[in-house]
Design a protein around this ligand. Sequence first.
Ligand code: NAP
Length: 313
Amino acid sequence: MDQVFDIVIIGAGPAGLSAGLYAGRSKMKALILEKDNNGGQIAITHAVENYPGSIENATGPSLTKRMVEQCQSFGTEIVRDTIESLELDGDVKKVIGEKGTYLGKTVIIATGADARKIGCPGEKMFAGKGVSYCATCDADFFEELEVFVVGGGDSAITEALYLTRFARKVTIVHRREGLRANKDSIEIAKADPKIHWKLHKVVKEIKGDGILESIVLEDTRDGELEEIFADEDDGTMGVFVFIGMIPHTELVKDILATDDEGYLITDDEMKTSIPGVFVAGDVRSKKVRQVVTAASDGAVAAISAEHFIFGTP
Ligand code: NAP
């Protein structure tokens, strides 16, 4: 591809789509490269009720659809490709994918983050067959069954509440007494008769013979082990894991600075140490990771890229 874009954006989550919208609207030639589905994490999030203006049918997929349409309506292209490496020095940056090489005067890295795994025996074996990282995708399979939700943050509590619509019983397994989730959701979850709690517990093993039949929990205070079996009539159970995220920094981890948790460091204008290279969204080092903050990062990054190319007005 010989065309040189003003901005090449890697990732079509809320940060990338917002950057694409701002870029397109200010008449810059912008390209978004996405290896998977558009929307990033919100593509698999059931309810997004805290994005301003997102009220009726506020699902992740419906919000994604509107973001994509709005972005494309201003001329920003979205291309499906997996990016393998970057050459970021010089005035024209090279973004090298499986299908082609893309050239940009600036690059915005909006690669997001992925679900952290428990790392216990059995987790990999039962992934997609009883172990899930996405309630929206898999809740349906657990109609009237018992499910365990691992984690104590907003994702765990929000998705546990969603799962009560499908499962007969939802047990939240969390490694300590305190929960990170916001107080309102915790109160709603605590009042829900379908939700049960196993606090001070971690999952040590996930077991079964072909289908998931039991989980082994360890008490974080005294190390005591407890094996919980699926109800005999059910024959199986579900384990939904929401224990945080791992940032997607593979492309730049040796060239850009990261914080202690591996997120990419920028300034308030989303600038990195490399001129013309910006970072936006959940992959960025910051305190609050919400759809609204990702979208905000994307807008700021696109405006900074514009100033980089055309000068600050
Ligand atoms: P999070 O806030 O980082 O919470 C992760 C949870 O998993 C914590 O309770 C943590 O326990 C636990 N955990 C971490 N590693 C573990 C391990 N190895 N074994 C067992 N438990 C482990 O992650 P999140 O819930 O995915 O949320 C990420 C961000 O998105 C947050 O900023 C959150 O507010 C936001 N979010 C917002 C909404 C919403 O507002 N609707 C929905 C989803 C997510 P400790 O507390 O003990 O560390």
